[in-house]
Ligand binder design. Sequence first.
Ligand code: CFM
Length: 545
Amino acid sequence: MSDEKNTAAKLEKIKAEILAKYPTKVARKRAKQILVNRNDSTGKVPEVGANMRTVPGIITQRGCSYAGCKGVVLGPTRDIVNITHGPVGCAYYSWLTRRNQTRPESDTAENFMNYCFTTDMQDEHIVFGGEKKLKQAIQEAFDLFHPKAISVFSTCPVGLIGDDVHAVAREMKEKLGINVFAFSCEGYKGVSQSAGHHIANNGIFTHVVGLDDTIGKGKFRINLLGEYNIGGDSFEIERILDACGISLVSTYSGNSSIDHFANSHTADLNAIMCHRSINYMAEMMESKFGIPWIKVNFIGAESTAKSLRKIAQYFEDEELKAKVEEVIAAEMPAVKASLEKAKPRCEGKRAMLFVGGSRAHHYQDLFGELGMETLAAGYEFGHRDDYEGRRVLPSIKVDADSRNIEELHITPDPKRYAPRKDEESLKKLESEGLAFREYDGLMPDMKENTLVIDDISHFETEKLIEMFKPDIFCAGIKEKYAIQKSGIPMKQLHSYDSGGPYAGFKGAINFYEEIERMVNAKIWSYITPPWAAEPELSANYAWVA
Ligand code: CFM
């Protein structure tokens, strides 16, 4: 199988084999989420089933709404005390052990990312209510740390017992005189962590964005949206932007401070990395303040160069354009030298990527630079627009689960709405190839006759490995050891294992070197797992009447 060309017929057969293991109803549902990619000259890709509930009993890669809100979007901000209102386990598992890094302005500046704050909800709070405990926790955190802001994240039991976290936040804000806000991001809201992203966007936009109107320094001022500083990615991007003379007002939310958010509406452009988690913020900022947004990708050296050029094109400034070219020219020789070493040893090897809501797309650029092919890819929780492109947005049916998540209706700010470019200049730039409010999605970037699988299950992962024996499989910690037990090198793209950064130019070099080592490692062929050498345990069901 692995040496033959994948044809549509062959992939359809594999799909049928996988589906045959499921009960009819489940198979019908999964059939919409497992697709053989078509990618003809019209750029039209098949319709994918996405952002749908996972069938109970299936082992999914997904996380919960609380994880998307607290762990992903708000977590990387260093100077907000983030309190988990709920069981200690929810707090513990969303503690930022997944390598979001941060660099406070000074040794004495606040950094709460090393702490884990929780109300440690117990049975008695479930019975009698947890609001009192929450107030105490906020007070205690305030007394100990005197932070600028405290936020509260609801876990499942909070929604079930009906604690009014927003009323508590309002009361404590009044009492303490600092910003206190809460999120109704109970784990069960929505079908995945994607719901939590939306809730987080709404909360920051409502409670923080626009609080500080000071216009900072810099001629070219942008926000970087949807970059979370995993493994130091943001540091590398900051280094590059800095070299180009582009000022970063705020990143959402890698290496960020609440003050950056408060001031971020003064930027002149929003550049989006992870579309899935933060597109709401870009849309709301454009509606209220008139800031246009473009999609960028700093994963991959070529993609980094392209993204810098896009930003320079937006500002229509010759000096900036020249500076950007100068930076690219200075960075590329090291990238090329590294590629020259790695590419001949990686070329033609095959990867599979099943990650989150953006990396399964972005990282294909890095593999492409190495001459590697992506055989199969998919998101855990991406929506149809992340797969097929935003052009399908009008045709996405809003189901009950999505309707559950509040959609803020944003109108222009009476005083501060100031379109950074008029419609005419936007059109002109668009005619020159700069796309605004656009994301083309993962599928148009993937080849014909590759597999696109949404919310892949553990069973399907095992089947793919068995059938294709890819040279590398990228996913997360939950999948890591199961994949390695099949003798396939596995790279975590959520936490980067212990590697990174992989963004920008230096990040690309790190990635080339690491992947070259991983796909050429002989270790897997030296190991005979115990179950291959000895007969497996077997058992029969004993029926006791
Ligand atoms: Fe965006 Fe992310 Fe991702 Fe995501 Fe995530 Fe993440 Fe991810 Mo893990 S915001 S969608 S919810 S890029 S935590 S930093 S790595 S699944 S692909």
